[in-house]
Design a protein around this ligand. Structure first.
Ligand SMILES: Nc1ncnc2c1ncn2[C@@H]1O[C@H](COP(=O)(O)OP(=O)(O)O)[C@@H](O)[C@H]1O
Ligand SMILES: [Mg+2]
Length: 342
């Protein structure tokens, strides 16, 4: 792979370079995470300077990319979808392979619907070796032979050497004890992985926003392949509760998810965010639940799933909305070793 171009290639003044680096921006692609206004805020540079910097970044990129492609050209350069197992093959099938690299998936659902369990399971499976799309398809859709009992609990991750995963545990429900059990199920080396999972616990909504803004540096330095935010919306909801603060709250949520989406795309990371739901007597989706964050989130995440409780220990997963997956649903089971087939 060609070396990632840094901001030093943009012929900026020493002062500008320093300001950008102090804000944690090293690569040209990091610059593209920000609007000129936001860049000015985090670097202390003037908005005019930031507009010029962004123009230079885009001009630089234009030397290497075609702005307009025919579909034929697009097909050649488009990156193939890469997946990691969710821990449940029923869910992997629903998602055409599992959690998708480069995308943000939202898990919405009421209390105890299994959102956190799904996240913790992903924090383990990501450390499994990668598998080819062909092997994955065989395990998920193959005949009797490939579905034999030995292969039933075969899973795949994104481990191509030295990788890490991040959890932003806003709800403070992550438990090392629980996680150990999940690692055991997949035969993962506990001692190794305790060094590779990075946790951050925001104090409030604003802190969470700042943590997400500084995430790009952590992702770059630690070869992070999975980012979990559990939950994305709880703190904003608690801190901005009145009707008058609705706009501020939605803006904050949108800001965070847009940043996460850029990280997903630029760094080829899986991003999973959880979201609470409010009960709606029979309206939206006819399912009686409406995810917090409403339309802002619906239009910024790539796939939105709804988890609902069935008779314990089962849960139902429904695709509420996706930019590419057809509607569908499946059943999973919550075990003390993470989520699994029903
Ligand atoms: N050790 C365990 N073994 C089996 N099920 C468990 C265990 N711990 C929690 N659960 C189940 O998981 C559910 C909570 O799931 P969780 O992912 O924390 O929900 P959410 O994050 O959606 O609120 C509980 O209903 C409980 O039944
Ligand atoms: Mg939870």
């Amino acid at each position: 792979m060609a070396k990632e171009p840094t901001i030093h290639e943009l012929r900026l003044s020493k002062h500008t370079l320093n300001a950008l680096e102090s804000a944690g921006i090293y690569y040209i692609k990091d610059l593209l995470l920000y609007s000129p206004t936001r860049l000015a805020e985090i670097t202390g540079l003037s908005k005019e300077t930031c507009e010029k910097v962004l123009d230079k970044a885009i001009e630089f990129l234009d030397r290497y990319r075609k702005k307009f492609l025919t579909l034929e050209e697009l097909e050649k350069v488009e990156e193939k979808k890469i997946f990691m197992s969710t821990g449940a093959h029923s869910l992997n099938r629903l998602l055409h392979g599992g959690w998708c690299v480069g995308e943000v998936t939202e898990l919405a659902g009421p209390y105890a619907s299994g959102k956190s369990q799904a996240c913790f399971t992903a924090l383990a499976t990501v450390f499994l070796p990668m598998m080819s799309q062909k092997e994955i398809q065989e395990i998920l859709y193959g005949g009797e032979e490939t579905r034999s009992s030995e292969r039933k609990d075969v899973h795949w991750g994104l481990n191509d050497g030295d990788i890490s995963a991040v959890i932003i545990d806003s709800e403070r429900t992550f438990s090392i004890q629980r996680f150990r059990k999940i690692l055991g199920r997949f035969g993962l080396n506990e001692k190794e992985i305790m060094k590779k999972v990075i946790i951050s616990r925001p104090e409030n909504a604003w802190d969470q926003k700042r943590i997400i803004e500084s995430l790009v540096g952590v992702v770059r330095e630690n070869n992070v392949k999975l980012v979990v935010v559990d939950s994305l919306t709880k703190l904003p909801r608690a801190d901005f509760s009145g009707q008058g603060e609705l706009y501020t709250r939605q803006r904050l949520i949108l800001d965070m998810v847009e940043k996460l989406r850029r990280i997903a795309i630029n760094y080829r990371v899986v991003v999973i965010v959880t979201n609470q739901v409010v009960a709606t007597p029979g309206v939206l989706y006819g399912r009686g639940y409406k995810p917090i964050g409403g339309h802002v989130l619906a239009h910024t995440v790539d796939t939105r799933l709804l988890l609902t409780r069935a008779t314990d220990p089962y849960r139902k997963v429904t695709i509420l909305d996706s930019s590419w997956l057809p509607p569908g649903e499946c059943k999973i089971r919550i075990t003390d070793e993470g989520i699994a087939d029903a």
